[in-house]
Write a protein that binds this ligand. Sequence first.
Ligand code: BGC
Length: 384
Amino acid sequence: MTFPDGFLWGSATSAHQVEGGNTNNDWWDFEQNPASAARWSSGDGIDHFHRYADDFALLASLGHTAHRLSLEWSRIEPAPGQFSRAAADHYRRVLTALAETGMTAFVTLHHFTLPRWLASRGGWLAPDAVSLFARYCARVTAEFGDLMPYICTINEPQMIALHGYLEGYHPPGVTNPALWRRVGGVLLDAHLAAVPAIRAAGGLRIGLAVQLPLLAGSGSFVDVMRHEIVDRYLDGLTGVDGGDWLGVQYYRKQWVDASSPFFFAPPPQDVPVTQMGWAVHPDGLREMLHRAARVGLPLFVTENGIATTDDTERVAYLRSHVAAVRQAIAEGADVRGYLHLSAFDNFEWSEGYRPKFGLIAVDDDFTRRPKPSAYAFADIIQED
Ligand code: BGC
């Protein structure tokens, strides 16, 4: 079976992971803080801020028909209510260059980073965080709505809450179960407030990107995890205007264990793991696509990928996960695209530049070198 007509193929990045020089957000501060979980500074990123046009041309030459990127809120609104003309002009040039390649843009408005001014007011716990986010969303839609055929409000609300407020692994580095659950709810509210704000500003197809790991285990703590990570969002998008599509991001199977550090047990000995120590389990993607289908929206795989220095592992991961998508479609899931993470080796948050998620390597002088997996992906796209 081939993929449905118009199925979109491409890769994903986010601003802070590739642009470089994002010094005005909460992540930059977290990276500079020796007491935080972050081991590196994002520094110059891969200088995508200046090299975006060549990067898009390279991805298009590899057969990609879509590309996902994010806008950096702290550049667009560097101080509360002050919107930067220069940043808006920059992103208009970026999105125009992307459109000129013919690739369909998926534009994320919030991918992990918060402007420093908002973080200092309490971030997602600030009393007006939801309305400030909706205002920012309306503003960027008014600026670039014509260049954003697919808008993703928030990347992985569950991971923002989990990593930032339960594990202390992302900013603000808090470990508080009550705040973890509260922030999860705030982020769902923020998405639901952004949808009408974006529609009113003339925005096109609006979605939310959720990471849906296959969670193993049983017991009350597992139920809490499953609720906070999976069901809260799938239920919360059902029966309301939750947008026009849903992004499913899948990497791994995880064994929930309340007594382990970070609340997950390491994978069993016989399970293959990645550079991140994550368990490879392609059928989990098929399963989670079916789970996500219950929301009733068209689905896109907006992230899926592997950190490895052995590119043959990436080729195998790519093939097995694309096969899982194909099977989910054959079984009835309405999946309309697959975006691999990442386009490039880039800044992998608290793990810095060590994990290699890219289809394309980046040398110290910023030279881009497509790996064999980039060409294997091009073949998969061509066979479709
Ligand atoms: C994030 C990406 C990240 C990937 C791999 C996802 O949680 O959206 O930014 O690179 O996981 O860790």
